[in-house]
Design a binder for this molecule. Structure first.
Ligand code: NAP
Length: 310
């Protein structure tokens, strides 16, 4: 079968389309024929070799995909032919084996491409809003970077939970995209002073090194700030955390327990079934063009989820 292989750490050029043996499911695993693959920023960080987590070479990248069950080990609660989405490892491939706890039924209303947009983005958004952010109905949430994979998921989940949503994206096209998602207040994060006059109870932060000082300044009394993304350091005055009793929390999906993962995906499943959650697909690339997809996910102008098609 065809798969992307990383044989050396480096830039996008290390993503090589290769012929590799088809894997067989071990105990507690399923083999999935992959129809669409989600591209996440962490896929890019990992092949640089400079990320906090390091994967041994050679490896096949990717964690999120959707497809059809081809075979299962005894006791795995799926059958050949089932439509599923997965959150595993080594999914930049035509087929992948995945542990049963990381296989989820793909709701009939969702395409395979939409299924590939769920694993990391929707689970991250859900965990950031409710587990870390303790979001409550009626509150106001500011979602920085609401136009990307995690941002779109956070917007949909927050609206469905009865929060008022302020979202940011780049440029007038980004703002128009956020309005199409139903965001009540859509802001351009390239415009000077775009955060003036806001007082959110909760802030979901995708680029903390750039925005955290301003987050502390605008957050409401007893506000919460959840850091999902950061791409560098910053010089910060922590005083506002005291004067307003603020809480700043970091969140990594990697720390989610198996039982928490099952509960999060069960809750997401209700939203997919009732139509309140509906993953939005942005750019599409062939699997062979994974390097182009990685350049795109690091560029400005996100409009939902970037997917690869094997
Ligand atoms: P993505 O699809 O590439 O989206 C990136 C988002 O960041 C876009 O909405 C982009 O907006 C926005 N952005 C650009 N400049 C910004 C600024 N100055 N202020 C606020 N937002 C800005 O990426 P993603 O998958 O949504 O992931 C978002 C971040 O979360 C990444 O850093 C990723 O590594 C991280 N993440 C962390 C976890 C975790 O477990 N902690 C899990 C998933 C993702 P425009 O393109 O419209 O300018």
């Amino acid at each position: 079968m065809k798969a992307i292989q990383v044989r050396a750490y480096g830039g996008p050029e290390v993503l090589e389309l290769s012929e590799v043996p088809t894997p067989s499911p071990g105990p507690g695993q399923a083999l999935v024929a992959i129809k669409a693959i989600g591209v996440n920023p962490v896929d890019v960080y990992l092949h640089t070799g400079a990320y906090t987590r390091k994967i041994a070479l050679p490896y096949t990248p990717g964690s999120d995909a959707a497809g059809i069950i081809e075979s299962v080990a005894a006791g795995v609660p799926f059958q050949p032919g089932d439509r599923v989405y997965i959150n595993g490892t080594g999914v930049y491939a035509e087929k992948a084996v995945v542990d049963a706890g990381r296989v989820f039924a793909l709701p009939a209303a969702l395409s395979f491409e939409q299924g590939a947009a769920i694993g990391v983005p929707f689970a991250t958004a859900h965990r950031a809003l409710f587990h870390s952010g303790e979001a409550r109905k009626g509150e106001t949430v500011l979602i920085h970077g609401a136009s990307g994979g995690v941002g779109v998921a956070a917007v949909q989940i927050a609206l469905a939970a009865g929060l008022t949503v302020i979202g940011t994206a780049g440029g007038p096209e980004g703002v128009a995209f956020l309005k199409s998602l139903g965001v009540q207040t859509a802001l351009d994060h390239r415009a000077p002073g775009y955060l003036e006059g806001l007082q959110p109870n909760l802030i979901i932060e995708m680029l903390a090194n750039q925005n955290l000082s301003e987050d502390l300044r605008i957050a409401a009394f007893r506000g919460r700030i959840v850091i999902i993304g950061s791409r560098g350091a910053l010089n910060l005055d922590p005083r506002a955390t005291m004067t307003k009793d603020l809480t700043v929390r970091g969140m990594s999906l990697f720390n989610m327990s198996d039982s928490e993962r099952a509960a999060v995906h069960a809750d997401l499943g209700k939203g997919f079934a009732n139509g309140s959650l509906n993953p939005v697909i942005g750019q599409k690339f062939a699997l062979a063009d994974a390097a182009k997809a990685h350049a795109a996910v690091m560029a400005a102008g996100a409009r939902g989820k970037i997917v690869l098609l094997p």
